[in-house]
Design a protein around this ligand. Structure first.
Ligand SMILES: Cc1cc2nc3c(=O)[nH]c(=O)nc-3n(C[C@H](O)[C@H](O)[C@H](O)COP(=O)(O)O)c2cc1C
Length: 361
């Protein structure tokens, strides 16, 4: 099934393998597309993946999470982003961009020393940062910035956008009862915690137009006591699907939950596909496609996930950092990715670009 074409939301994919959003560290210091970034995506497109999702792209300067990340918070970025999408389209590829605001996980060093913003001032033990609660005006400004980013994504030729609502970034922070302890329109109970993602989706839809593919990456579980869990996540997803979200990528974890999102020690098939049961819950209750991400390394596991109906699409990050041509290799009979899940590619600070540290540069 892995190499069967798959269509949804107006997208026609040549197979069911997705390149999950992966920060590249190949934009310039100001977040513009570079030649190195285009070459990087050309390699992925040539490698045969059905759908590419770019690394998180910054919608508002207050949400910066990493140096040299892609930016889309100003019209100036459009021209060079168009060169990126043209390059991928010329190779027959399909590319979405992942719109993100880092919230409390944004880094003060990248914000000119400013305190990161979030729904509530909840201390993050992983970064040792207590963010500043956003006021109503700031919340609406960031909502508009997601809409403006989506409009620019259409001008830049992206085939759709994926909203980053997982991994402890701003949208996840509004959804999670752990990070959102407000008592106003934006928080206080499940209904009010939903309002931020609801308004962000509306802004995106308004600016990008009817029919433009809008996907969401969500946490099935924050893996934090008092955080978002699978039952509520599925309820949220159902509401968003009714509003028009055309696919969900199921993930989990925040910075402070430790090594949950990008796990190591994936040595046996049983350790692969670590959000599989959560994705199955989404599949059970949703009519739109579900993408599973996290730890898939061998073709038999991927095929089984699809065959058993736990997901419709297989999303890969680290395996494609190591082998951008993995889809082609698997189509020709390769059974298992070379990626050993060492997370060397995640030591961004020490690397000039995100790359596999098992291979010679
Ligand atoms: C180097 C690196 C950068 C990542 N950047 C992003 C990102 O920009 N947005 C996102 O949603 N997830 C990001 N992730 C998480 C992946 O998309 C994926 O959820 C996770 O790595 C698990 O999948 P895997 O086992 O196939 O690597 C990143 C992961 C890695 C290793």
């Amino acid at each position: 099934m892995l190499f069967e074409p798959f269509s949804f939301g107006g997208l026609n994919l040549k197979n069911r393998i997705v390149r999950s959003a992966t920060y590249e560290k190949r934009a310039d210091e100001d977040g513009f597309v570079t030649g190195a970034l285009i070459e990087f995506y050309e390699d992925i497109a040539k490698g045969g993946v059905g759908l590419i999702i770019s690394g998180g792209i910054l919608v508002h300067p207050s949400g910066r999470v990493a140096p040299q990340m892609l930016c889309i918070h100003n019209d100036f970025y459009i021209d060079k982003l168009k060169r990126l999408t043209d390059a991928v389209h010329n190779l027959g590829g399909t590319i979405l961009t992942q719109v993100v605001h880092g919230g409390r996980q944004s880094l003060p060093a990248l914000l000119g020393g400013e305190q990161p913003v979030a729904p509530s001032p909840v201390f993050d033990p992983s970064t040792r940062i207590t963010p500043r609660a956003m006021d109503d005006q700031e919340i609406w400004e960031v909502i508009e910035s997601f809409g403006n980013a989506a409009r620019r994504a259409t001008y830049a030729g992206f085939d759709g956008v994926q909203l980053q609502a997982a991994h402890g970034y701003l949208v996840n922070e509004f959804l999670s009862p752990h990070t959102n302890i407000r008592d106003d329109y934006w928080g206080g109970d499940e209904e009010r915690r939903f309002h931020f993602v609801e308004e962000v989706y509306r802004a995106i839809r308004r600016e990008a137009g009817e029919g433009y593919p809008v996907l969401i990456k969500m946490n099935a579980d924050d893996f934090i006591e008092g955080g978002l869990g699978a039952e509520e996540s599925v309820r949220i997803a159902k509401r968003l699907a009714d509003m028009g979200v055309c696919a969900f990528e199921v993930s989990g974890g925040m910075y402070e939950s430790g090594n949950k999102t990008v796990r190591t020690e994936i040595l046996k098939p049983e350790q692969e596909a670590y959000f599989r049961s959560a994705a199955g819950l989404f599949k059970r209750d949703l009519l739109v496609p579900v993408m599973l991400v996290g730890g898939m390394r061998s073709r038999p596991v991927m095929e089984e996930v699809l065959f058993k109906g736990d997901a419709d699409l297989i999303s890969l990050s680290r395996p494609l950092v190591r082998e951008p041509d993995l889809p082609h290799k698997m189509a020709q009979g390769k059974e298992k990715a070379d990626c050993i899940s060492c997370n060397g590619c995640m030591r961004f600070n020490k690397l000039d670009v995100v790359r596999c540290t098992q291979l010679k540069p």
